[in-house]
Design a protein around this ligand. Structure first.
Ligand SMILES: O=C(CO)[C@H](O)[C@H](O)COP(=O)(O)O
Length: 205
């Protein structure tokens, strides 16, 4: 299991400082949607510049205009860009093709997808699939439980949304484990982000 640190609701400078503290314990760095909305693709290029050897995920949450947005993200230094699974199949196709053209990857965010949509998305074997509990579901509906998820074994899986030291313990114990755990606030809002990131790393082994 790898750790993806999600950087949201921060300045770029804060994001770089926090990531430096957690750097040793994390594998991927996610430039969060909020950073990209606030600062544009410069958020991606600055984080790329600061961490040349890490895998950078641009959480652009594309839902349309696939080629343009994926090109922007990869040209800014992203290695993985995100697309919403609820997008039209034309958009998903274009994202996967654009990623392949750049020699990069697409992550399909399954937020709010139906079973039928999921089944048709699972044809994209080269994608990473992300089970996601949204910020609004976490904060407005108190939903933060991911332990009943079962992953299609032949595909690559990520999970995101309010993951804490306690909830990650359940994930470790469950039979089917994701490949990537995306952790944001539990690290970025901690008094000592480096220590919490190290604790996550130790738990997942
Ligand atoms: O995609 C996101 C928000 O839409 C975040 O990356 C994801 O929710 C992880 O952050 P947190 O652990 O704070 O929930």
């Amino acid at each position: 299991m790898e750790i993806q640190l999600a950087l949201d609701r921060l300045s770029i400078e804060e994001a770089i400082r926090i990531t430096r503290e957690a750097e040793k314990s994390i594998d991927l760095i996610e430039v969060g949607t909020s950073l990209i909305k606030e600062f544009g693709m410069e958020a991606v290029s600055k984080i790329r510049e600061a961490f040349p050897n890490k895998t950078i995920v641009g959480d652009i949450k594309t839902i349309d205009n696939a080629i343009y947005e994926f090109d922007l993200c990869f040209n800014a230094g992203g290695d993985i860009a995100t697309v919403m699974g609820v997008s039209s199949i034309h958009t998903i196709d274009a994202c996967l093709n654009t990623a392949a053209k750049h020699g990069k990857k697409a992550m399909i965010d399954l937020l709010n997808t139906t079973i039928e949509q999921r089944v048709s998305l699972f044809q994209y074997k080269e994608a990473i699939f992300c089970e996601h509990i949204s910020k609004d579901e976490q904060e407005m509906a108190g939903r933060n439980n991911m332990d009943k998820v079962s992953f299609v074994p032949s595909l690559e899986w990520a999970v995101a949304g309010g993951i804490t030291i306690d909830s990650i313990e359940n994930m470790i114990e469950s039979e089917s484990r994701p490949h990537i755990v995306i952790i944001g606030s539990a690290i970025t809002k901690a008094d000592h982000p480096g220590k919490i990131a190290a604790a996550f790393k130790e738990i997942i082994g």
